[in-house]
Design a protein around this ligand. Sequence first.
Ligand code: MRU
Length: 367
Amino acid sequence: MKIDGKPYRTIWLAADGRTVEVIDQTRLPHALEIRPLSTLDDAVAAIRDMIVRGAPLIGATAGYGMALAMAADASDAMLGRAYDHLMATRPTAVNLRWALDDLRHLLLPLPTAQRATAAYTRADEICAADVAICAAIGRHGLPLLEAAKSRKNPGQRINILTHCNAGWLATVDWGTAMAPIYMAHDRGLDLHVWVDETRPRNQGASLTAWELGKHGVAHTVIADNTGGHLMQHGMVDLCIVGTDRTSRRGDVGNKIGTYLKALAARDNGVPFYAAVPSPSIDWTLDDGVRDIPIEQRDGAEVARVTGRLATGAIASVEIVPAGTAVANYAFDVTPARLVTGLITERGVCEASAAGLLSLFPEHAWAA
Ligand code: MRU
């Protein structure tokens, strides 16, 4: 996608062909800064500290993290260490495990002299595949927006609600939930996006609003508790969210608060879709509500808010009484019964094992 007319991806290789460069998402929306990742430890810290985030981008960064490790030391010991350290960064996004298993399976049988090159090539392929998957999700999701538009009176725009950031910043390019929105906007469909601010880290307010603004898509940031009210008053035509891990029966793990939006959507007859790239499907899990691991992060993210002062300086302030207990569950799981459909790179399906297997029959082994 473009930033001020210049095409960007979220992650790429520097001119030396070895260093990885990423957009530092902890600095957005106030500054666009590029961060080099030169070592395995850099890649681990980038994922852990959310310099990069979003399930597909976490997977892509892990792929390059393995490549950086192999470029330094291609031994079996380093391969194991890189796998373990990267795997320990964030537990919910299954793309991380998917990418690391893929790299380990590829690299282990190879002679050490070939491992670094093979790892970079595979990481490049993961990125290219992610771009293609997201573009396909955009194409398959587009008719849902066109259908919503056809249900409106002439001249009325459609309103889409999204949670967190499942835009291009969360992937290599395009985004998942945002891809149909960008494609519809580019085709002239009159639309507007309600952007949940997404406490505690405000990915909606900071990242989704930033990227929609850069692309010229009409949008409004709302406090996280606003969606139910908007839905009661006919101000949301459909919801589209992303996912960090979707179980084989279609339970959707995503940013904390997604479940409450799905409940409100069901109560108000608002279609609720999840954009699901296949690397985000965990075919080994059935009951996602019970079994998707939920990351718990530092309570300081709840107890503090960070933003820009009138002076331009970035500041972080306490918002709870000193010593107050805080809990920071980063994700929740929306049961399949509340999900109208899953938008995948192979088409839109019912949120169920039968629905997913109709598009991905090669995973019937998991039945
Ligand atoms: O904690 P984050 O910012 O990594 O959470 C991101 C989300 O919850 C996204 O909705 C999800 O990764 C899908 S991204 C295409």
